[in-house]
Design a protein around this ligand. Sequence first.
Ligand SMILES: Cc1ncc(COP(=O)(O)O)c(C=O)c1O
Length: 391
Amino acid sequence: MKNISSDRASKFTESVIREMTRICLKHQGVNLAQGFPDFPAPREIKEAAVKAILGDLNQYAITWGTPNLRQAVAEKFAWYNGVTVDPEREITVCCGSTEAMISSLMAIVNSDEEVIVFEPFYENYGPDTILCEAKPRFITLHEPDWHFDERELTQAFTNETKAIIINTPNNPTGKVFSREELQLIADLCLKWGVVAVTDEIYEHILYDGAKHISIASLPGMRDQTITINSISKTYSLTGWRVGWAIAPAPLTASIRKVHDFLTVGAPHPLQEAAATALRIDRSYYQTLAKEYEARRDFLFRALGEAGFRVYCPHGAYYIMTDVRHFGFSDDMAFALHLVEKFGIATVPGSSFYSHFSMGETKVRFCFPKKEETLQQAGERLRKFKESRMKK
Ligand SMILES: Cc1ncc(COP(=O)(O)O)c(C=O)c1O
């Protein structure tokens, strides 16, 4: 029999993040692995979805998104990110930012062209580059503040470079790229004709006065940037699968073709409700950030007290930790110990790096959780600490 799996599919493994969720369910653990909220989404958005379904918006929408949602995306991109776009020609609604990213990369990257990726990176970007047969070129973000080396980045840009993936605020580090850092990246993109593909899904989850800047808003970058976003994190709707890619018209034309043949379109009634979400009262975003800050502070303290080396995030909803001193053989061994013995699921750090060794002392915790869930996690972390003190 022929080898059933394609070479492409053989080059990556199943998602470690989603696997940790399955292991967590088996051990009835607290899931601080996969980044989704366990609290309800805003009522008015859910009601808008119900209304759309009862109103029979149940057939295919226009492939690249309902006019109402594209208009809402354009309005919000103008007021929050400071960039004006044409919803008719520059927005493609996709099945989450996950599909927006892969459709965008497939639309612009030829096989063997290079794509620069900062690491640690959101797990999907690895398989994304493999699926579009690109050559990933990794640039390390160095702890404790997750800075990158300017010279290393400058040297990574060549004639072979097609795109650079940016994720700010960043998963898994919590880094919020500064204006200076983005300007440096923008200068290199403009010099080498490289497309910035920026995943801004955590744009409203910011702490300590951090400000979100879209690279598309920097001079000259509007025509060379694909900005990706979704309703998943901002409105606690990860299961609805509605996201979008904003790009200049020629890029959008390519993205729309790939998107059409990959998925046809995102769920029609949920697109209508997403338009309601994007027009929610603006005070919602302040409350969102404030509530997340309280969750971050709680988990940050609990992890520190339990003996973890903790890197404080300034955005997104994850905390990276170093666990080397606990003496386990690697990150997976530690993560399995924590979920099997103490019922806390995390993500082994190596799943965010191109080389296992770079992440083998780290684990990531997430905190989009109700107060009682975090209290429970805090209790379990105390037990973990006690068990170490007995040794
Ligand atoms: C950086 C980043 N991008 C994209 C996603 C997935 O987003 P979506 O639900 O819109 O596909 C996640 C989910 O954790 C993420 O952390």
